[in-house]
Design a protein around this ligand. Structure first.
Ligand code: ZN
Length: 382
């Protein structure tokens, strides 16, 4: 049977004293991260300002053994680190290393200092010798003991690590497991191309359209109202704090609803189709366009696309993303004519060459499907 690496995010309920202990550990790990960053920033600025040194030669210096040395130096100098859960400090070093590597690969910006004020705090514990396990219907973590949790799923596979998170006052454990068995889904013989839109969340090549989640509109109005109210209160006052708490709850609700809908939608797509063609979106570029930005960030496509991608991988289906430069909207899917002057405002057009009448989005999704099939054939034959 095929096995995969999978993360289970489960809600946990640490009591007050445990929460304090966890907060302290968030602090220790933040401290280590910021110290590493501080040190590296210093070196990096020296290197970058020296024209004779190629900064990229600097990468090999951030490796496991130098990080371990730094960690030992820090532990010797700052005694309070002795109270911390030790595998989490190692994980923090790993996280720091990864963010530096990503920076040098131009995948993200230079890492930033971690702040106590960030509403999301976390630490990652490693599972050594079964130190992370389920016991008496509770989750057992090294140094923290048993924690009450709620989740109906059966956690399968071997636990590699556990990230304990506090997100807007809610606590979670993300269990990263390997060797999780999955069985492939049945093949349906059906393929689909999907164009992602604003008015419609998804437009399928078979003409079907999916609306964005309507349940969210009401909550989003409430959020807008509260934000207005908040702006009129004195920052830090009791009334201000009350509204912030209310807002946090609503944000959590939005997250949950969206997550739930996206999980269902992505599973449905993977069940129904063998091959799913999608456009590679550069959300970053689109957010620059002010008028579009609000809706796009709200729809948060990238998370949905990620779900479709990893589920395709799990269940032996295919998700193929089309290059950004492929003119999916401008091509006529019947004859291949390219309409260069197609603007965003034009929703329907007729091909001047073969006279086919096109719905802009459906035409785009058919082109995406055709291109995905072409790429797939190339991969399988070449
Ligand atoms: Zn045509």
């Amino acid at each position: 049977m095929k096995t995969i690496v999978k993360s289970y995010k489960i809600r946990i309920y640490p009591n007050k004293s445990l929460q304090d202990k966890l907060y302290k550990n968030f602090g220790y790990n933040r401290f280590v991260f910021n110290q590493l960053l501080n040190y590296n920033q210093l070196i990096f600025s020296l290197v970058v300002n020296n024209p004779r040194i190629n900064p990229y030669n600097y990468i090999p210096k951030v490796n496991r053994s130098t990080l371990n040395n730094w960690l030992n130096v820090l532990k010797a100098e700052y005694f309070f680190l002795k109270d911390s859960e030790s595998t989490s400090l190692q994980s923090t070093c790993d996280i720091f290393k990864d963010s530096m590597v990503r920076f040098f690969k131009h995948q993200n910006k230079f890492p930033r200092f971690k702040s106590r004020k960030n509403p999301i705090q976390s630490i990652r514990l490693k599972n050594n010798n079964n130190s992370i396990r389920f016991e008496n219907n509770k989750l057992k973590l090294p140094r923290f003991g048993l924690i009450r949790y709620r989740d109906n799923r059966k956690i399968k596979g071997d636990i590699l690590s556990c990230t304990v998170k506090c997100e807007n006052n809610r606590w979670f454990a993300v269990l990263n497991c390997k060797n999780v068995p999955v069985s492939p889904m049945l093949k349906t013989g059906d393929n689909v191309g999907i164009d992602l839109g604003l008015k419609d969340l998804m437009i399928f090549s078979n003409g079907e359209k999916r609306k964005p989640i309507t349940r969210l509109t009401k909550i989003e109005h409430q959020i807008a109202k509260l934000n207005k109210k908040l702006s009129r209160k004195v920052k830090g006052s009791n009334n201000w704090k009350k509204i912030v708490q209310k807002l946090q709850k609503l944000y959590n609700k939005v997250f949950d609803i969206r997550n739930d809908e996206y999980q269902k939608l992505s599973t449905e797509l993977i069940k129904s189709f063998d091959l799913i063609g999608l456009e590679k979106l550069s959300v970053k570029n689109m957010i620059k366009n002010k008028r579009l930005s609000h809706s796009i960030s709200q729809i948060s496509w990238s998370r949905l696309v990620d779900m479709i991608k990893y589920k395709a991988e799990w269940y032996d289906k295919k998700c193929i993303q089309i290059s950004k430069v492929f003119p999916s909207s401008k091509l006529c899917n019947k004859c291949g004519y390219k309409k260069e002057d197609l603007t965003l405002a034009i929703r329907e057009w007729t091909c001047p060459k073969c006279r086919t009448k096109h719905d802009r989005d459906i035409n785009a999704s058919i082109n995406i499907l055709n291109e995905a099939i072409r790429i797939n054939n190339e991969c399988t034959t070449g």
